[in-house]
Structure formats: structure tokens, C-alpha cells
Design a protein around this ligand. Structure first.
Ligand SMILES: *[C@@H]1O[C@H](CO)[C@@H](O)[C@H](O)[C@H]1NC(C)=O
Ligand SMILES: *[C@@H]1O[C@H](CO)[C@@H](O)[C@H](O)[C@H]1NC(C)=O
Ligand SMILES: *[C@@H]1O[C@H](CO)[C@@H](O)[C@H](O)[C@H]1NC(C)=O
Length: 470
């Protein structure tokens, strides 16, 4: 008994010592990664820049590596609208299958020159001597600088793209190559970092052998890009759920042409007579992708309804092509509203825990645009409780209350806000809430009592009226 009592503190201190030793050894030997092979494809064909990166990584250290870091210069990281990663997980019927990986921003204390990082969490830590193949897609906005900054109606739009020919990385890269795809073969100039090759619409930087961590080599590519630089400065989408069978969507757009500014006067005659040469970087049509079974579509601006829109619908989607009152040149803006109704049963469901939920698409229905600031307001029916939104990426959320005619307590509005939204953000999100069917009666009751009061008022009025005539 006595010896047991004395033995306990000794075991305890031994345990502590062991824990201390193992934790300190873990800190001192952080995982060592090297990249065996890196291939980067930069797609500059639109104004939304997509970069596809394939990395073959190897753990050359002794401890398992739970994550892989991606490095970005501080000026670039704010323009990254989206970053996704997946790992090759073996082959099935000659096709490689992939598993999505978690990606999160990460701060490192001794980052050289303010480098910013994203950490890709591996499904299982990469053991010593093991390799893995990771595919990364990241999307950058506002990364093409028009040069010249101002062009006239007859000129084509040229832009600068800046990057590094050698991939910025905290790891040694044994072999790497970068391909840059431009929208046309008209490339005015590009920085050479030998070996560099240019063929048609593609530039090839590399292969470069064995570059130490944090190597870089700035390059500028100056090329023609007459794509529609359509940016929605602000988009507010209001989705109103009515349990009477309808989903009413109202969208307020503030669109700007974010390309080279238009200089000189605008000639509509020249624009219409030589459409292939005049205003090539301008746009006069906008395409919206809407759900199928859309009805009661309207399109108006502050002057009134605009009739120049075409709606095409089939079983899977609807496409609405709209034409603003004037074509948009660099720096020009257009503000308009689109509204439409949708059948509720396509979007409102019941969850297993007896709650209801709306399943709708995030992002913008406008094709290939960047949205600087997106606000989605989901207006729930009166009497809805405990709303919660499920969005597969980070958004700002808060609740508001909206009153419309016949409302007694007001409707709960779930507000979701996100900056720098790209087409890849057009994914489904859900808003869950509870609802007691008794509230369905609130509106008819209000309506009935309003009519009743009105009726009583009429009776009283007529009664008084008659009494006067007497
Ligand atoms: C940091 O920036 C300086 C000056 O621009 C440059 O000389 C140096 O190589 C950079 N260091 C790293 C690790 O990138
Ligand atoms: C505009 O169109 C909507 C929907 O078609 C219609 O209800 C409204 O009366 C129209 N307004 C004008 C001013 O034409
Ligand atoms: C939402 O709708 C999409 C497309 O119809 C579907 O793939 C997805 O599973 C739905 N999500 C939920 C939670 O019901």
C-alpha cells in the first residue's frame, strides 16, 4: 500500500517527461516536403483568371506531413476569389478518381516578404518517403490591367498580366513548367525566362529544374483580350418564399464594363454598320441562366420596362438574353432589375427532422461575370422560426425583418453577403427553418378581417349618408 503511494508520483513525472520530450521533438522536426513535379496552366481567355496547378509532392522528412502549403505574394492573395484542391485517389476503370481536400488560409510567423499561405489538409498524413498528387484550382479576379488604359471605339483592348515564371513555393521544386493560354494569338510582348516558347495562343515557361524554396522570377504578358469585362459592382437578390406555391425572385444589378476606358465620342452609326471592327471590347447583350419553369419574367431599369429580352426555356434550364438600352464600353455602367417567379415545389423541401428548407443556387445568374458584392436575402413566410443557412464556403450572415401588406409580425429575412464572387460560386445552398401550419391562416384571416372592417365601414358610411339624405 505504502510503496504504491510512493510509486505514483514517479510514474506521473516520468509520463510528463515523456510527453515533454515527444512534444519538443515534434516541434523541432517539422515535416520536410519537396515537390517532384509541378505543372501550372494559367487560363487568360476571360477576365476571370483560372489557374490549374498539379503538384506531385514527396515527404523527404522523418515525420508525417498532415498538410501541404501554397504560397502567394501579399498583393495577389486578395484577388484570389476561390481556391479548391483535390487529391488523386487511385484509378477506377482507367480514370483517376479524386477526393476534395480542405483548404484554409494559414499564417506563418517567419513568412519571407509577407508571403501568404493556404494550407491543404491531406486526408491522411503523408508518411516519410511517400508521394501524393494534388490538383489545385484557384481563380483570380481584377488581375488584368488594361494598357493603354483608354481606347477609342475602333481600337482593340490590350491588357497586362503579371505573375512569376517560377512558381512561388515554400518547398524545393525539382521540376516545373507553366503554360499561359491567351484568348488570341495577338501577344504584343512577354518576358522571357529561358527556356520560354511561344506558339499561337500558348506561352510555355520552363521546364525549370531544381529551384530552391521561395524562388521567383517576375514576368509580364501584354496581349489582346476583347472579352466582355462584365463586373457586377453590386447584386442584391431577394428570394421570397410564399407557402401559397410561389417563389418570387427580384434581382437588382449594377453592371460596369471594367476594361479599358472608352475615349472620344460614341458613334452608333459606326457601331452598327461595322460590328466586327467597332467596339470589339464592348458588350450589348447579357445572358442570364435561370432555373427551368421560370414564369412572369420582367426586365426594367429606372426609365421603365425594357422589351428587348429573349427567353428560351427547356426542361433543364432557362436562358434569358437581355439587351441594355445602350452597349457598354469601358467604364460605362448599367443598372437594372430582373424579376421572375418559380414553382415552390422545385425548391422547398422537408428535412428529416421536420424542418423545411429552401435549396437554391448561390452566386449570380449572369454568365461569366465577377460580382464585387453579392447580397442574397431569403424572405421566409411569416411565422417561420429558427432559420439557419448552410453555404459550402464562408459568407457573412445576419437576420432582418421585412414587413409587407397583411403582415402581422413581419417576415424573417436571412441575409447572406459575399465579396468577390465568381461563376464557380454558383452552387446550391440551403436555408432551414421551422414553420407551424397554423400561420398559413394568418394571411386569409387578415384578409377576411380587413374585408369585414371595410364592409363595416361601408355600412356605417352608407348608414350615415342615408340618414343625412333623410
Ligand atoms: C524579398 O524581397 C527582396 C526585395 O524585393 C528580395 O531581394 C528578396 O529576394 C525577397 N526574398 C524572398 C525570400 O523572396
Ligand atoms: C412592366 O412589366 C410588368 C410585368 O410584365 C408589368 O406588370 C408592368 O405593368 C409593366 N410596367 C410598365 C410601365 O409597362
Ligand atoms: C439541392 O438541389 C441540387 C440540385 O437539384 C441537388 O443536387 C442537391 O442534392 C440538393 N441539396 C439538398 C440538401 O437537398
Amino acid at each position: 500500500m505504502d510503496s504504491l503511494h510512493r510509486a505514483a508520483p514517479v510514474t506521473l513525472s516520468l509520463l510528463f517527461l515523456f510527453a515533454f520530450l515527444s512534444s519538443s521533438s515534434f516541434v523541432s522536426a517539422s515535416p520536410e516536403i519537396q515537390i517532384l513535379n509541378a505543372e501550372r496552366r494559367i487560363d487568360l481567355t476571360s477576365h476571370v483568371i483560372r489557374v490549374y496547378l498539379t503538384l506531385k509532392v514527396e515527404n523527404v522528412g522523418k515525420t508525417p506531413a498532415p498538410e501541404i502549403l501554397l504560397a502567394f505574394p501579399p498583393t495577389e492573395v486578395d484577388r484570389v476569389a476561390l481556391l479548391k484542391a483535390q487529391a488523386a485517389a487511385g484509378k477506377k476503370k482507367k480514370k483517376t478518381t479524386y477526393l476534395p481536400l480542405d483548404v484554409n488560409p494559414k499564417e506563418l510567423p517567419d513568412a519571407p516578404n509577407g508571403t501568404k499561405y493556404f494550407a491543404i489538409s491531406l486526408i491522411s498524413p503523408l508518411g516519410s518517403g511517400e508521394t501524393a498528387t494534388i490538383e489545385v484550382l484557384y481563380i483570380k479576379t481584377r488581375s488584368l490591367e488594361p494598357f493603354p488604359a483608354e481606347i477609342s471605339q475602333s481600337e482593340s483592348q490590350l491588357v497586362y498580366y503579371r505573375d512569376t515564371a517560377i512558381i512561388l513555393s515554400p518547398y524545393r521544386i525539382k521540376q516545373q513548367v507553366t503554360f499561359v493560354k491567351t484568348p488570341s494569338a495577338k501577344v504584343e510582348s512577354f518576358t522571357r525566362v529561358e527556356p520560354t516558347k511561344s506558339a499561337g495562343m500558348e506561352l510555355k515557361y520552363g521546364p525549370y529544374e531544381d529551384r530552391p524554396p521561395y524562388s521567383f522570377s517576375p514576368v509580364i504578358v501584354h496581349f489582346e483580350n476583347n472579352n466582355a469585362f462584365a463586373v457586377v459592382e453590386e447584386l442584391v437578390r431577394e428570394i421570397e418564399v410564399s407557402h401559397w406555391g410561389n417563389l418570387q425572385v427580384t434581382e437588382h444589378y449594377k453592371v460596369v464594363h471594367a476594361g479599358a476606358r472608352h475615349k472620344g465620342v460614341f458613334s452608333r452609326v459606326e457601331y452598327q454598320s461595322r460590328p466586327s471592327l467597332s467596339g470589339v471590347s464592348s458588350f450589348k447583350h447579357l445572358l442570364l441562366r435561370l432555373p427551368p419553369k421560370v414564369h412572369s419574367v420582367y426586365y426594367r431599369d429606372n426609365i421603365g420596362n425594357i422589351s428587348s429580352s429573349h427567353l428560351r426555356t427547356d426542361l433543364r434550364k432557362s436562358e434569358l438574353e437581355i439587351e441594355p438600352r445602350y452597349p457598354l464600353f469601358g467604364g460605362w455602367k448599367s443598372t437594372f432589375v430582373i424579376g421572375y417567379g418559380l414553382p415552390l415545389e422545385d425548391f422547398l423541401f422537408e428535412s428529416s427532422d421536420d424542418r423545411r428548407y429552401l435549396n437554391f443556387t448561390f452566386g449570380s445568374p449572369l454568365a461569366e461575370v465577377v460580382v464585387d458584392k453579392l447580397t442574397i436575402k431569403v424572405v421566409l413566410p411569416e411565422g417561420s422560426k429558427d432559420p439557419s443557412a448552410v453555404v459550402p464556403f464562408e459568407v457573412e450572415q445576419h437576420l432582418e425583418t421585412k414587413y409587407s401588406y397583411l403582415d402581422v409580425v413581419g417576415r424573417t429575412v436571412v441575409v447572406l453577403e459575399k465579396k468577390n464572387v465568381v461563376p464557380e460560386h454558383n452552387v446550391h445552398f440551403q436555408v432551414y427553418y421551422t414553420f407551424k401550419p397554423i400561420f398559413m391562416l394568418a394571411e386569409p384571416l387578415m384578409l377576411a378581417s380587413t374585408f369585414f372592417l371595410f364592409f363595416m365601414a361601408c355600412v356605417a358610411y352608407l348608414h350615415i349618408d342615408l340618414s343625412i339624405r333623410k
